[in-house]
Design a protein around this ligand. Structure first.
Ligand SMILES: [Zn+2]
Length: 346
């Protein structure tokens, strides 16, 4: 099987350690590069817990239901409707979940989906049931867009859960994007898959990645049926990265309701782990093509996010913003071992 391009280099340094009578202390830093994603991550040699349980009340007090544009009191007045050609109903609804245009869009087709009328859903309560309708309205929207034949080829479902991850409101909400062009990072994934197929007489990069990772038993968390869950070789965040890949699903429209249930159950397991480890925030994206692309599999990533108290220091710094490298004290292989018990019995 062709190499999928996980590169590792060890750099060493030393200093005189003030904790130990200024004796020489040697350090090794592992620099990883993932040719599939183009992500470069430095795995630091020491294990730190970057956070203590953050004070949720701080966020809840600053964002009361009475001021929330997504809560029932203000919702109808403070959220836009779709143009009638998209839906005459104005919004897409399932139960209490609702999808509507983003009033401050990042893209010509950027929508917001609230999971329900509940103002706050703690990470431990993000179950398949509490997330189901929110993801279903995103699906409904993409199916409607396909029906309208607008020529969109790429879509994503995205989530900034809570302010440390960029969430502007604590009321849980997803965001969808549908476009003619992929985003920059999704383009990278597509190009890697295409190059791999070209170099291997049409082999599928993601199928081979799953097979290699399953065999290596280092970062393969579990298979839940259609979905493989892994930790990323070179994570995109300080607290690591969890990936999910749908086997043989080469378009968003290949996903059935059963597949979504499997996804949501798996996500809730990851969120249980994060909750138990004092995280209150994450970014998540599901990337998909809207027409079948045999080189690409529908997939997604979850990156836990945090701030470092007492100053609320960001988990992003100059290394990531200006050098495109991630500093990561979370060892992906350890993160995998910690997540595995949460997938037992799946
Ligand atoms: Zn609310």
């Amino acid at each position: 099987m062709k190499d999928i391009g996980f590169k590792k280099e060890i750099a060493t340094g030393s200093y005189l350690d003030h904790f130990n009578g200024f004796q020489e202390k040697k350090l090794t830093i592992e620099v990883r590069y993932d040719e599939i994603t183009g992500v470069s991550t430095r795995i630091l040699p020491y294990r730190v817990r970057p956070i203590k349980k953050p004070d949720l009340d701080f966020y809840l007090e600053k964002s009361p239901e009475s001021l929330c544009p997504f809560c029932p009191g203000l919702f109808e007045k403070t959220t836009p409707d779709f143009m009638p050609n998209i839906t005459k109903e104005g919004k897409f609804r399932r139960g209490e979940a609702c999808l509507f245009p983003n009033a401050f869009p990042y893209d010509q087709n950027n929508n917001v989906a609230i999971l329900s009328s509940r103002h706050f859903i703690g990470m431990d309560q993000l179950t398949a049931d509490t997330m189901r309708d929110g993801f279903a309205v995103c699906r409904d929207y993409f199916h409607r867009v396909a029906e309208l034949n607008l020529g969109y080829k790429y879509c994503s479902i995205n989530w900034n859960y809570m302010p440390p991850a960029g969430g502007g409101l604590i009321h849980p909400h997803l965001q969808t994007i549908a476009g003619h062009k992929p985003t920059n990072f999704m383009q990278r994934l597509l190009t890697s898959a295409q190059n791999y197929a070209a170099a291997t007489d049409g082999e599928n990069l993601w199928r081979n990645l799953i097979a290699l990772e399953k065999n290596a038993k280092e970062r393969f968390i579990a298979s839940t049926g259609t979905i493989s869950w892994l930790t990323s070789f070179a994570p995109k965040g300080m607290a690591g990265e969890i990936d999910f890949i749908f086997k043989e699903k080469t378009s968003f429209f290949d996903l059935t309701e059963t597949n979504f249930n499997e996804l949501l159950t798996g996500l809730s397991r990851v969120f249980s782990y994060l909750h138990a480890n004092d995280f209150i925030s994450f970014n998540m994206t599901l990337y998909a093509t809207m027409t079948n692309n045999r080189n690409f599999c529908v997939q997604g990533k979850i990156v836990p996010r945090f701030v470092v108290n007492p100053l609320g220091t960001s988990d992003l710094n100059y290394f990531e913003k200006l050098h495109n490298e991630i500093i990561c004290p979370t060892v992906p292989e350890e993160l995998c071992r910690e997540l595995q018990p949460y997938f037992m019995g799946s």
